[in-house]
Write a protein that binds this ligand. Sequence first.
Ligand code: UD1
Ligand code: MG
Length: 451
Amino acid sequence: MSELLTVVLAAGKGTRMKSDTNKVLHKVAGKEMVNHVIDTADKISSKVICIVGHQADDVKENITADVSFELQSEQLGTGHAVMQARNEIENHSGDVLILYADIPLIKENTLRNMRKFHDDQSANLTIMTTLLKNSTGYGRIIKNENSEIIKIVEEDDATFKEKKIKEINSGIMCINSNSLIKALDDLDNDNAQDEYYLTDVVDTVRDEKGKILSYQIDDEEEITGVNDRVNLSKAEKTIRERINKEHMMNGVTIIDPLTTYIDENVEIGADTIIYPFTYIEGETKIGSHNIIKPHNHIINTKIGDHNNIKNSNVIKESTIKNECNIGPFAHIRPGCIIADGVKIGDYVEIKKADIKEKAKVPHLAYVGDAEIGSQTNVGAGTIFANYDGENKHKTIIGNSVFIGSNSTLVAPLNIKNRGKTGAGAVVTRDVEEDTTVIGVPAREYIENKDG
Ligand code: UD1
Ligand code: MG
């Protein structure tokens, strides 16, 4: 097969979204529509060109793959958008694949199969179509008595009879570069929307006696066009079902897939069990044999193996190693590293904290900008006072330290190995090894052995 040049159209205004954000930057499963399309295109193409126009800078900034851009400064229609890549198309000999950035669910395999069909049949133009019960809003496929495509009619231009046609244009086409150039040069905007329709390339290829085929697919969800927020929610539902299914096939238990929301790039190991109402977002990686109870929200986080993540936690941009107990109702904010066997218990907020093996923060505490040594216990109600109104300061706690309930630790502060604080202590000065401090402000406590 020849090299494949793919043109992705992402310049349109997307007015039906009624949004300040460009339509193609709206996310499905945590990833912008345009990135879904480009990432898929990237896997099968030798080159990808993205046509940008409306809010071009925003769109360019958000595209993660290495593509080249062409600017469509006025949005005069899908055909006009492709014209912006005319030079590249002219210099390319072979197939050109055209994709719309608002069709985010298209699968790599479907595109490969369509391309193969196009080449096997030596077609000049192949259009991906499907049959819809309700074809409103889509371009309708008009065929002759030999089932060859002779025209595509847009909703606004269709007659009453044409509107009844159930076979629709997905917007995805594969076309020989010579046929495309000729057809682009013939396009006009003589239609209901005064736009240069890409769909009119059919007319030129037909007049030139080229071979035009439809590649009809059964899975209509794959080619859902997202033009408004209702379509967006449907696309979201479809992609989530796909993602959840893949995890389940890989050995993850998802108790209720309908209420489990996992972004596309998330990785999860086998025998992890996910309870309902859980959101797992971004680049999160979760190992195996974890239990994730209901109502967890986990964002860009690394979780090892055999952890028990109890109900209702928010965990963001942190690392949880192995065999930890988290929650219920813990808030783990960015920058935490939680080592093996740690317990972070009920109603605990932690931020930028390095918590070493088997340390415990079991109840009602705030821990910010801290290191906590192994086997240390932080009592209920402890507050790490890390902020003096201007700057944040760090608290370093050694191994096997005992922090009494309701202690306030005023940073910067060091509490060395096996140090202790009494209940309610306000600790403003460092505590040496094996030393106990009590009171407000805390002072060393020396036991009176004589009684
Ligand atoms: C288009 C098709 C229709 C098809 C439907 C499938 C045409 C004329 N119509 O209609 O046959 O059934 O998709 O979803 O092609 N764009 C540009 N520049 C423009 C206009 C649009 O780059 O000047 C881009 C948009 O960003 C979008 C894509 O092209 O990604 C499709 O445009 P849209 O306005 O959504 O076309 P539809 O009305 O959906
Ligand atoms: Mg559309």
